[in-house]
Structure formats: structure tokens, C-alpha cells
Design a protein around this ligand. Structure first.
Ligand code: COA
Length: 405
């Protein structure tokens, strides 16, 4: 209640900020190297490294999925934030490889976590999805409508790759990253964001799915696209990416009243080392200003920025009050850049017995789910029995009313 009053007061005086207070990542153990790929398609380690900078990527095992990887990343982010699932108001999963078209992968994770007071939805903006999702979580926090949000970028790209297409299967990998955002009256957090789309390039990077009408849509690329498999026009996507990265970063910085000289680290979507180098040239900065870990994970789509963020924090590349930039780009075409002033507000308290309470809440969530599902099934069976009982009662009454011979 006290927290709510504080938020309401801060809102009235227009002083709510959305801070990133937790971060976590999860990648599968299985490594697929460039040499492993050379046994599947006609390619070589040398070609992949020189054209992309990628050395290896992670591939989900049989029991791993977008939801299970996202859950692990989320649990780690909550642990860093020392926030219990029950305190979450919103769960957003940015993904292009959801478990189902519906229900959302976010709803599955919300349930597994036991985030019983949270709304949940998936956000589809391909590799820009994480920037889009953080933006909407931050907006909701700044408006005062929610206090705490969990944003996850999670992908199992290996399941939508055409493993015969050497132009795409060498680029992508699986993984998940997550952040927790929280309201605070301490200045900082998400300062600005620029989100853009150019749907005229819809067919340059696409995964046709149920309901797709590729053949009928005007301007479709002549190459045959396969249902449920990724198709990409690499050259065009390359040109698009190098153009929008610098442009959107400058726009987001201007919106925050900053210049590129104020930036400590840029965390770009990890697509291709050459794209990052070309963006650095366009911005007239050293490539080292850009965080890069794509050599180990490849392109993990919506998960790549939060994974790179986690590793940047671990490597000590980001300190309190540093200005950092996220920039994403991909299918849509869509792109987005965001400026964040890093730092946990002092008001985030250390909590006694946090780990035990977190574990207990997962235990409760597990049993709550089982109970709810059993009682739903019980009610369903009851629903089937009741009309049957009614029919028998009516029949009995009818028989009783029959005159005896
Ligand atoms: N191994 C070996 N040769 C390959 C190959 C591979 N994996 N993939 C393509 N080639 C061949 C092509 O067939 C072509 O051969 P050809 O000249 O005999 O026709 C040659 O290499 C050059 O192909 P091209 O497509 O012009 O290469 P490129 O320099 O443009 O690099 C990409 C291809 C995909 C690496 C590059 O276009 C790219 O990175 N684009 C952006 C992709 C991206 O980041 N997408 C995600 C955005 S979110």
C-alpha cells in the first residue's frame, strides 16, 4: 500500500522512472560450431567467420524450448532484482518462435513463475522485439499504471531454420535473456526510445505460418518460401541494418538530450560483426563502443540484446549512472533504439530470506497449477454428469406419472 501511495505521489508530480533492476540469461548447453555446420551444408568455418564473425551458436535440446529457456532467464533476473513473482504486474515475452500462436509464451511463464497478479502477452517484432517490449513496459511504469514488469527475449531459432539453406542456418542460435523493470522516483532508467517499422520490406525476412498468404501478397520475393521456415534476403537486410542503426541511435540520443560522446556502451542486436563495424563507422566511434558476443551465440533474435546486456554487466562494462544504448533491427522490417541510464535506485532494498521465499513461491505455483487443473477437470466431468443426472430424473418422474395397468 505504501509503495502504491509513493507511486501515486510521484505520478502526480510526474516523477516516475522505469529502472532495470534485474537481469538474467539462459542458453542451451549444446554447442554447434562452424565446423559442425560444414558437415550439414556446403560452407566453411573461414567463410562464416569472415562474413559474419560467428564461431559457434547454442542449439536447444529436446526438452528445451522458448518457454523453458525464458523461464530460466526470468528466474535469474528476478533473483538479481530480489523481486518475488507475485509482485510482478506484467510479463512480456518478445519472440518469433513462440510455443503456440496462442496461448502466449508469456502466459506459460507467468503461470510457471506463480506471477498470479500479472498480465501476460507475447510481442512480435522479430529481432527488434526486446527494445519494443522494454519500451512498452517502461511506458506503463512511467504512466503509473503498473509498478513492476518482467521483459523476456527468448528464441529457439533452430526450430524455424531451413537446415538446407546455408544463407540462413549459419547465422542463428537459441537462447533467452530477461530484465526486470521497476518504478522509482530516483531519476534515471529508460530515458528515451525510438521505434520504427517499414512493412514494405515484409518479405525480406520472414517465417510464413498458418494463415500466411505469401503467394497473393504484392511484391513477394520470387524465391519459394517454406511454411514455418525462415526465409531471408541477406544482402537487402544487411543494407537496411547498416542504415537504421546509426540513424535510430542518434534519434534516441537527441530525444534524451545526449550525444554519442555521453554513451558508455552500445548493446546492438547481435546479427553480424560486419554490420556492427559499419554502424561504428557511420557513427564515427570505435567498434569497441559496441558490445559484441555474437562469436559465441550467433544471432538469437529477440534474445540477443538481453543476453549481451547480462554479459556486459558480468564483464564490468557497465557502471552506475552510465548511459547505455540498446538498438534492435530485423523482420518487419522493424527497428528501435533506446537510451538507458544504468543503475539500481538506492530504494531497492535487500530482502531477508529472499532466496527461500522465491523457491517457496515456485513450489506454491507448481501445486497451485496442479490443483487448478485437477479442479477444472473435476468440474468438467461434473458438468457432463449433471445433465445426464437431470435426464435420468426427468425419465424417472415420467415413469412415476404413468398410470399402472
Ligand atoms: N557458406 C559458403 N558460401 C556461402 C554461404 C555459406 N554459408 N552462404 C552464401 N554463400 C555464397 C553464396 O552462394 C554466394 O556464392 P556465389 O557468389 O557463387 O553466388 C557467395 O557466398 C556470396 O553470397 P552473398 O549472399 O552475396 O554473401 P554476403 O557477403 O552478402 O553474406 C550474409 C551473406 C547472409 C552473411 C550477409 O548478407 C548478411 O549477413 N546479411 C544480413 C543478415 C542478417 O543479419 N540477418 C538478420 C538480421 S536481424
Amino acid at each position: 500500500m505504501a509503495a502504491h501511495n509513493r507511486t501515486a505521489d510521484a505520478f502526480v508530480s510526474n516523477r516516475i522512472y522505469a529502472h532495470i533492476v534485474g537481469w538474467g540469461m539462459a542458453v542451451p548447453d549444446r554447442v554447434l560450431s562452424n565446423n559442425d555446420l560444414a558437415a550439414i551444408v556446403e560452407t566453411s568455418d573461414e567463410w562464416i567467420v569472415t562474413r559474419t564473425g560467428i564461431h559457434e551458436r547454442r542449439i536447444a535440446g529436446e526438452t528445451e524450448s522458448t518457454a523453458t529457456l525464458g523461464l530460466k532467464a526470468a528466474q535469474r533476473a528476478l533473483e538479481v532484482a530480489e523481486i518475488l513473482p507475485i509482485e510482478l504486474d506484467m510479463v512480456i515475452v518478445a519472440t518469433s518462435t513462440p510455443e503456440y500462436i496462442f496461448p502466449s509464451t508469456a502466459s506459460l511463464i507467468q503461470d510457471w513463475l506463480g506471477a498470479a497478479k500479472a498480465g501476460a502477452f507475447d510481442l512480435s517484432a522479430a529481432c527488434s522485439g526486446f527494445v519494443y517490449a522494454v519500451n512498452f513496459a517502461a511506458q506503463a511504469i512511467r504512466s503509473g499504471s503498473i509498478e513492476t514488469a518482467l521483459v523476456i527475449g527468448s528464441e529457439t531459432m533452430s526450430r524455424v531454420l531451413d537446415w538446407q539453406d546455408r544463407g540462413t542456418c549459419i547465422l542463428f542460435g537459441d537462447g533467452a535473456g530477461a530484465v526486470v523493470l521497476k518504478a522509482s522516483d530516483v531519476e534515471g532508467g529508460v530515458l528515451s526510445s525510438v521505434l520504427r517499422s517499414d512493412g514494405s520490406g515484409w518479405d525480406l525476412l520472414t517465417i510464413p505460418t498458418v494463415g500466411s498468404q505469401d503467394a497473393e501478397l504484392p511484391g513477394a520475393d520470387s524465391v519459394q518460401q517454406k511454411m514455418g521456415k525462415m526465409y531471408m534476403n541477406g544482402g537487402e537486410v544487411f543494407k537496411f541494418a547498416t542504415r537504421v542503426i546509426g540513424e535510430s541511435i542518434q534519434q534516441a540520443l537527441a530525444q534524451a538530450g545526449l550525444t554519442i560522446n555521453d554513451v558508455k556502451l552500445i548493446i546492438p542486436h547481435q546479427a553480424n560483426a560486419r554490420i556492427i563495424q559499419s554502424a561504428a563507422r557511420a557513427l564515427k566511434v570505435e567498434p569497441e563502443l559496441f558490445m559484441s558476443n555474437l562469436e559465441r551465440y550467433g544471432n538469437t533474435s529477440a534474445a540477443s540484446i538481453p543476453i549481451a546486456l547480462c554479459e556486459a554487466v558480468e564483464m564490468g562494462k557497465i557502471k552506475q549512472d552510465d548511459h547505455i544504448v540498446f538498438v534492435g533491427f530485423g523482420g518487419g522490417l522493424s527497428w528501435g533504439a533506446m537510451v538507458v541510464r544504468w543503475g539500481r535506485p538506492e530504494s531497492v532494498e535487500r530482502r531477508a530470506l529472499y532466496r527461500q521465499r522465491q523457491q517457496f513461491s515456485y513450489f506454491l505455483a507448481h501445486w497451485r497449477r496442479r490443483l487448478v487443473r485437477v479442479s477444472r477437470r473435476f468440474n468438467e466431468t461434473l458438468g457432463r454428469i449433471r445433465p445426464e443426472q437431470g435426464r435420468i430424473r426427468r425419465l424417472r418422474r415420467k415413469v412415476e406419472r404413468q398410470p399402472l395397468d
